[in-house]
Every structure is written in structure tokens, then in C-alpha cells.
Design a protein around this ligand. Structure first.
Ligand code: ZN
Length: 256
């Protein structure tokens, strides 16, 4: 990839493989010049995602094990650790402290700590992290097992407190923000409280719904206006800010 590559949008947390036509969507992202981090929910799905994205300049596959699946797929954690040796991008990983996933919480913490240690060992890893109802534990584990010079953590669709977000930003964490967050008072207040140089954009599609339909990475193109309004910056400066932040992340992962 050349440094002079143009990006029109950034979707740093997207489940391309859960959309109906992944190769078609990847081609669309190429055409629209949208940089995408294509997360996976199980390590078994990674090789197919790598095959789909191998010739793509804009869409990059990440290897992950979704915390909601750790209970039933704990045995795949070994495979995940092995695959992190060969993948600069890691996700979706993290913790989910919702009541329905509480039973697996101990295993989730074990897997997430192993992921962080593997990323720390290999270095130059970028993680996209789920932290629903588990922000404090996620930040504690990041602090215990990684350092910002070797592992860049992006907290995706963060819903913890402003104080927790500040603490995470002190450890070097980035935050990928989506339209659903910007349409709620709480989400907007959180985004306003974050350091601007840590902001990124995402869609979490197809899980996020927008105006009654499933989102797609193409929706990231329309996020700048809402984000600019939220952080009280003009739209061109916001675009330049996100461009610089996103390039830092891609560069950290050796993708620029
Ligand atoms: Zn996700």
C-alpha cells in the first residue's frame, strides 16, 4: 500500500463476513475508498476472511473470538493465540459483562488476557475491543498485560463512563465511534469528553441499525457531519482529524 492512498471514509469495526455478500461489499469499499477493519467472531472464520481480502487495498481482516461466544468456543482460544502470531489486526475480542454472558465471564477474562499477552509478545498489534458492561475490567487487563508502544487498543462502541474513557485514553486507547452513539445524549457526552486525537469511526455493521435498516460500511461516509457537530469542530477539520488518527492506527499495524 502506498502512503499516498486516498481514504474517503473509515470503518474500523465492521463484520463484513456477516453481511449477505462479503466479496461484493469488499469491492464496494474499494470503489468508495473506505478503509475497513473486518473483524471476525471466531478464529475459524479468519482464513475465509483473509482469502476475501487478500487483494484488497482498503479492507483488512482481523482475527478474533467474540466474548459472547467464549462460553461455547473456549477451546478455540489456542487457535486464536496461534493466529495472532501472523496477524497485525486482532478483533473482535474483549469482555461482555451482560447477565446472559456472566457464566462465561471468568473464561472471557482468561481469553482476553491471553490475547493481550500474545499481542504484547509479537508487538505492532492493533486490537478492536468489545467492553459492554465490562469497561473497568477491560481497561485493567489492558493495563496489566500490554503497553501502548507494542499494542494499540481501540475500544469499539464504548459505553462505559466518561471517567473510564479518560482512564483508557491515558493508557493510549483509541475509540471507534458510530452513528448510534452520536444519536444518544449519553453517547454524545462521552464522545465530547474524549481526547480528539483518539477518535475513529466505525459502523459495527450489520449489527447496528440506522433508520430502520442494517448499516453497512458505506454509512461511515456520512458520519463526519454528525461527529463534527458533536465535537463542535467544522466538518473539514473533523475529516482531517479522523484521517490523521486513522492513518496512525493503520501505520501502527504496518498497513501504510
Ligand atoms: Zn462487533
Amino acid at each position: 500500500m502506498s502512503v499516498a492512498i486516498t481514504f474517503r471514509g473509515y470503518d474500523f469495526h465492521c463484520h463484513i463476513d456477516l453481511h449477505p455478500n462479503p466479496p461484493g461489499l469488499i469491492a464496494r469499499c474499494e470503489k468508495e475508498q473506505i478503509a475497513v477493519i473486518a473483524v471476525t467472531t471466531t478464529p475459524l472464520a479468519f482464513s475465509q476472511n483473509l482469502t476475501w481480502t487478500k487483494d484488497s487495498v482498503y479492507v483488512h481482516a482481523a482475527v478474533g473470538l467474540h466474548p459472547e461466544l467464549v462460553g461455547e468456543r473456549y477451546a478455540e482460544a489456542d487457535m486464536l493465540e496461534r493466529l495472532i502470531a501472523g496477524s497485525r489486526l486482532v478483533g473482535e475480542v474483549g469482555l461482555d459483562g451482560s447477565p446472559q454472558h456472566r457464566a462465561s465471564y471468568g473464561k472471557q477474562k482468561d481469553v482476553f488476557a491471553r490475547v493481550l499477552r500474545a499481542a504484547q509478545t509479537h508487538g505492532g498489534r492493533v486490537l478492536t475491543i468489545h467492553s459492554r458492561r465490562a469497561a473497568r475490567d477491560v481497561i485493567d487487563l489492558i493495563e496489566q498485560h500490554s503497553d501502548r508502544n507494542r499494542v494499540l487498543c481501540m475500544l469499539h462502541w464504548f459505553s462505559g463512563s466518561i471517567a473510564e474513557a479518560r482512564r483508557a485514553s491515558e493508557f493510549g486507547c483509541y475509540f471507534s465511534v458510530n452513528a448510534a452513539m452520536l444519536r444518544q445524549d449519553r453517547g454524545r457526552a462521552l464522545v465530547r469528553g474524549l481526547p480528539r486525537d483518539r477518535l475513529l469511526t466505525e459502523t459495527d455493521s450489520p449489527f447496528m441499525t440506522l433508520n430502520g435498516r442494517k448499516a453497512s460500511p458505506v454509512d461511515s461516509l456520512n458520519l463526519m457531519g454528525e461527529l463534527a457537530e458533536t465535537i463542535a469542530l467544522d466538518e473539514i477539520s473533523t475529516r482531517n482529524l479522523i484521517d490523521a488518527n486513522a492513518r496512525h492506527v493503520l501505520n501502527f499495524a504496518g498497513l501504510l
